[in-house]
Each structure stands twice: as structure tokens, then as C-alpha cells.
Design a binder for this molecule. Structure first.
Ligand SMILES: [Fe+2]
Length: 267
């Protein structure tokens, strides 16, 4: 395949939506902040991205209405939406409501010569993440199937510590097992996660490890205990280049007033 243009992706994560649009967490109305992120990211008249990636904690109250609201907010954009579950999600509901009509739940996808693999790290009633043996085997099978295409792997829980002890304690429990798999596939160029409500960007060998701010409230990086950040909602652009490199940029909402450091410290 002769690919000459980048694949452009919009990454949104941890919107923590509720069945009731009026609900807030960390003093942020999550429906309102999610809508503002979409308006700012997509409302400038530029061509739409090739796809939207949503890496978990899409819902916060285990309600089908939260996922329907997410689906209805994105459906009109007319680009594929690739989803995976976070610790606050209900995977069965996501598979039921977010795996048709332009939405994809987990699995793998291909865009413009790139492969994308979407993993499930959800553990019931547990904030930390885990890749089951079958999910690790599926990752390996997908990477084999994608052969020499450059690959972006997406999951909710970052596979390495990000430097905040309280978040690292609820990270991916078997991160080393995951890294051992991707180390055998040099076509993996980046790993993209959510969960930590902050931006992280570190090179590990040939793989770039990225996390993205939440579309609602943020956690202050580098803290032993939960400290809310006054930064506004955010999102990330990724350009997957034809040569296998990645250009990426985090954007924080411009038009957002943070009244003060949010009070709630719920993890
Ligand atoms: Fe979250």
C-alpha cells in the first residue's frame, strides 16, 4: 500500500458521563465539558479526523443512558469512533451499545497503512487494570495479523508508572507482561492510555508511551496522594505519519474557567 498522508486521530478519554446530564464529579459537569471539548476540537471548520479514540471511563454510573448520550454526541460527526473500557465502565453495556453504526468496541482497526489495537483492561469492582491471558493472546494475534504495519496500541491503564504513587498503585497490574509482548513486535510505535487524567509522554525504546488529560477534571502530576489540578478539560491530536512516526499535541480547553481547585478527591 502506498500511503502518503498522515492518519489524523482525535483522542478523548475519561469523560465520566452519567445518565443524568446534570451530574458532576470533581466540581465539573462532565456532559458539559465533553460537549465543549468536541465543539472546540471539531468546530473550527477543518476536515474531520479519520477516527476518534475513546480510551475508557466513558461512563461513571454504569447506566446505559450514559453510553447512549456518548453515542448520540458523536454519531453526527460521521467518523469512526473506537472505544475501550476503563475501570468505571460496564464492558457488557459498552459492547451492546458502542459496537455498531460507526462505533467499535475493542478489537483492531486499520487506517491508512496503520494498525490500531484496542485492549480491555477492566477488572470488576477494582480501579486497577489487568490484561487476561486471552487478551494478551489476542494482542499477539492482532499484531501478527497486522504484520509490518506500524501499530498504535490503546488501553485504559498506562503500562508503566507515571510518577504519582496513588495512581501508580492502581495502574496496569501486569504491565511487564504487556511490555514483554510488544517488545517482540517492533512495528508497535506507541501505546496510548487514559486513567491518569494528565498528560504523559515518554519514549521507551522504539515505543512512545502517551496518556491524555481527561475531558473533565485533571490530577496534578507527580503527587504521592490525590491532588486535583486546576487545568481545564483536555484532549489530544495524533498524526500517524506514513513513515511510522507520530506527531502529537495535547490541547487544553481555551474557553474554560476553573473556579478553584476542585474539592472532591474521589479516585
Ligand atoms: Fe477516569
Amino acid at each position: 500500500m502506498n500511503v502518503t498522508r498522515p492518519v489524523r486521530l482525535l483522542h478523548v478519554t475519561d469523560p465520566h458521563l452519567f445518565g443524568d446530564e446534570a451530574c458532576t464529579i470533581y466540581d465539573v459537569n462532565t456532559a458539559s465539558s465533553f460537549r465543549k471539548v468536541l465543539d472546540e476540537a471539531l468546530g473550527d471548520g477543518a476536515p474531520p479526523p479519520d477516527a476518534i479514540l475513546a480510551t475508557g471511563d466513558i461512563g461513571d454510573d454504569l447506566s446505559p443512558q450514559a453510553y447512549r448520550w456518548f453515542r448520540d454526541s458523536l454519531r453526527g460527526i460521521g467518523v469512526p469512533v473506537l472505544c475501550l473500557p476503563g475501570n468505571h465502565d460496564e464492558p457488557a453495556l459498552m459492547a451492546q451499545l458502542l459496537d455498531s453504526d460507526g462505533f467499535q468496541y475493542c478489537g483492531r482497526a486499520e487506517f491508512g497503512g496503520w494498525g490500531i489495537v484496542l485492549l480491555d483492561t477492566h477488572l470488576p469492582y477494582d480501579p486497577s487494570g489487568y490484561l487476561t491471558k486471552s487478551e494478551l493472546a489476542r494482542l499477539e494475534a492482532d499484531l501478527r495479523a497486522l504484520a509490518d504495519r506500524p501499530v498504535l496500541v490503546c488501553l485504559h491503564h498506562p503500562p508503566v508508572p507515571v510518577g504519582s504513587a496513588w495512581l501508580d498503585a492502581v495502574g496496569l497490574r501486569n504491565g511487564p507482561e504487556f511490555l514483554a509482548v510488544i517488545d517482540r513486535f517492533p512495528q508497535v510505535k506507541a501505546v496510548l492510555a487514559g486513567h491518569v487524567h494528565q498528560a504523559f509522554d515518554r519514549q521507551r525504546g522504539q515505543v512512545r508511551l502517551l496518556t491524555t488529560p481527561s475531558t473533565c477534571a485533571q490530577f496534578t502530576p507527580g503527587t504521592a496522594r490525590c491532588v486535583m489540578d486546576v487545568r481545564p478539560p483536555g484532549y489530544r491530536w495524533l498524526n500517524l505519519m506514513p513513515d511510522g512516526t507520530i506527531e502529537t499535541e495535547v490541547v487544553w480547553l481555551r474557553d474554560w474557567v476553573v473556579a478553584g481547585r476542585p474539592r472532591d478527591s474521589r479516585a
